[in-house]
Design a binder for this molecule. Structure first.
Ligand code: CA
Length: 466
């Protein structure tokens, strides 16, 4: 007998900046991801999974703690996670799970900011390197030869092979890819060489009617990609429009090459579970810390509350509870992940956690009081290099209302610049690409009043009143 009971293993695979619209299970127009699609085909695809703060470190802190940014303290990239805070790994560890985190951590380095709650940790310092990365294994630096996505998978497989098979495990396998500066491995270096990747429908957005925060953000494909992003010089004599298209191809091909390696390596982990005979006993999640603009609105990067950045891919397989090939439309948030894992570990959710277990949704049931609106907040005000204004807002199943409040309100902020506050309203049913800002349109006055009321209620409930 083992002490596992019915508690499943949890394999949580998270990449960095991998947008759902670059996964074929999500209908990608630009690439194929056969291994990620296996998780969707054998499990469930969430179509409305969102992050509460679309940037790396803050989203990771939300996932680990089950608390929003203002509660876990990681509001911006400059904030480190306090290792003494409770987190889901500590709770699972205490309940008899073996816990490990391998790959990107990005929540501070050394002393009180190293991972806590993990029996084993082996993480990249900061952003880490794509080629020949250094990793810190339980605090000890070690240089690795090879490509980071392969190495993180190798280390994950090593840990899985050496685990105590009498206990359930939670492994967080966190890829660095496909984060900027999008450096592919040799194997995929020539992928897409002879094809043109389609440009997105909003590639030539002129931002008419949108806020200054949108118009002035510095993440434009045609203007803001640098030499390290592009890696080669453009041909002579291109018109500005041709140059923009050329830069997009340079950017998106390297991005997708990095994704291809993630896809291959997820396949290696899935194969391992099959070979071990534990695929039925293991919850497998594939997600990313947030979405990303893939030329949408003429941009790269994230931060904004717009759909491409807000949406997280969330594919989950657990044959004992999830019907193969199912799709869930109900809203899920990164703040819900921790409580979902606790639920499967037969642990109660502590009162400081602010999400809700997704387990009923995985069984195909949507509770009548399930969330139909979510609260979002991006805290960094005009931080360099992207200069996106701080904002918060609400997304319902139909609408999105965004408030750019025009000033720095995070303790670690560095930008004293004040802007005139601005609002944006989008009708996602009639304008899914968010091109038409309806704020100020007299036909929407009642909708705005209702949404502002709902937004205030959410802020009160979550306790984010700064
Ligand atoms: Ca990220």
């Amino acid at each position: 007998m083992t002490d596992k009971g019915n508690r499943p293993n949890i394999l949580f695979i998270m990449s960095d900046d991998h947008a759902a619209h670059a996964i074929s299970a999500y209908g990608s127009r630009i690439n194929q991801t056969p291994q990620l699609d296996r998780i969707a085909e054998e499990g469930m695809r969430f179509d409305n999974c969102f992050c509460t703060n679309s940037i790396c470190a803050p989203s990771r802190a939300v996932i680990l703690t089950g608390m929003y940014s203002h509660r876990n303290g990681v509001k911006t990239l400059r904030d480190d996670l306090d290792g003494s805070l409770p987190n889901v790994a500590k709770m699972l560890q205490k309940a008899g799970y073996q816990t490990a985190i391998i790959g990107k951590w990005h929540l501070g380095h050394g002393g009180s900011n190293d991972p806590t709650g993990f029996d084993y940790w082996n993480v990249l310092p900061g952003q880490g390197e794509y080629h020949n990365p250094e990793m810190f294994e339980m605090g000890e630096p070690r240089k690795h030869e090879g490509y980071v996505t392969d190495i993180i998978t190798d280390q994950s497989l090593n840990w899985l092979s050496g685990r105590d098979k009498t206990k359930p495990f939670m492994l967080m396998c966190h890829h660095k890819a496909p984060h900027r500066k999008w450096q592919p491995d040799k194997k995929h270096a020539h992928l897409y060489e002879d094809v043109d990747i389609p440009e997105p429908p909003t590639f030539h957005d002129d931002y008419e009617g949108r806020s200054a925060a949108v118009r002035e953000a510095q993440m434009r494909i045609d203007r803001d990609l640098d030499e390290q992003d592009l890696k080669e010089s453009p041909p002579e004599g291109l018109t500005p429009a041709e140059l923009k298209s050329w830069k997009y191809q340079r950017y998106i091909k390297d991005y997708l090459r990095c994704v291809a390696s993630v896809d291959d390596n997820v396949g290696r982990l899935l194969d391992y579970l099959d070979e071990e005979g534990i695929a039925d006993d293991t919850i497998v999640v594939y997600t990313s810390d947030q979405g990303f603009f893939l030329g949408d609105h003429g941009w790269y990067d994230k931060r904004f509350m717009h759909e491409e950045s807000l949406r997280m891919p969330f594919l989950i397989r657990y044959p004992r509870e999830i019907a193969a090939g199912s799709v869930q439309e109900a809203m899920a948030l990164n703040v819900d992940f921790a409580e979902t894992f606790l639920d499967y570990a037969e642990l109660p959710a502590p009162s400081h956690m602010q999400g809700r277990s997704l387990r009923p949704l995985l069984g195909g049931q949507v509770p009548p009081d399930w969330q139909t609106a979510m609260y979002y907040r991006y805290w960094e005000h005009l931080s360099r290099p992207h200069r996106v204004g701080a904002h918060y807002g609400i997304r319902t199943t139909r609408y999105k209302l965004i408030y750019y409040y025009g000033e720095e309100r995070s303790a670690n902020g560095a930008q004293p610049e004040i802007r005139t506050p601005e609002w944006e309203l989008y009708d996602l049913r009639n304008d899914p690409l968010e091109m038409n800002n309806l704020y100020g349109d007299t036909s929407c006055e009642l909708t705005v009043v209702e949404l502002k009321g709902q937004l205030e209620e959410l802020r009160q409930k979550i306790g984010d009143l700064e």
